[in-house]
Design a protein around this ligand. Sequence first.
Ligand SMILES: *[C@@H]1O[C@H](CO)[C@@H](O)[C@H](O)[C@H]1NC(C)=O
Length: 206
Amino acid sequence: MDFTEVKSVVLLFLTVFSVPCPFRMAFSPNVANLTAWYFPDDDEIVQEKPARPHMTDKKVSQKQLADFGVLAAEVKQPKSWDEDTNLQEIRKNRGYQSHDTVDCSSLSDDTKVKFFTEHLHVDEEIRLITNGIGYFDIRDPEDKWIRIRIGTGALIILPPGIWHRFCVSEEDGCLKAVRLFTNEPKWTAYPRDGNSLEGIAFNCYS
Ligand SMILES: *[C@@H]1O[C@H](CO)[C@@H](O)[C@H](O)[C@H]1NC(C)=O
């Protein structure tokens, strides 16, 4: 085969096998209802009123989030999320066979405090927002807080071992979410003691 022939074979191969490519479609760095920013340095102000945005102009792109292992996808019809082909692909590829739903209007105060206490899980945390707006706060590899604002139609996957916390935004308190999981989720929350990085058993950055 000469060079031209090789080139056409390669091109043919690419055409046949790369379209459609479900892996390419599945996650996106341009999810409409997901934005992120670094917090102001003083976390005590945030702790006092967690449901406020506490926005800064230090934006974090979805590409940067992906570098920290945080993946996102968009579900265009969140009410009929079960029929979304892209999400079906993600569920199949990652073994998310089960799900349940949470409605934050029925969460107890204790549960809210637990959600907003910094913690980690040994499994991924997968959430699809079907109504309202919530905040996932995660630590970057340098232990700085990033706030992720996530609203209706956005799916987020936090990697195992990332320190995080969650609260419902005051912008829209009626948050509903679908929690996706493999058959046996290990949802034990390991709270972070003090502020040291010691004791991170499962940290995804290391
Ligand atoms: C994001 O979600 C909120 C709350 O449901 C909704 O009001 C808003 O229209 C959504 N924005 C986009 C860009 O989809």
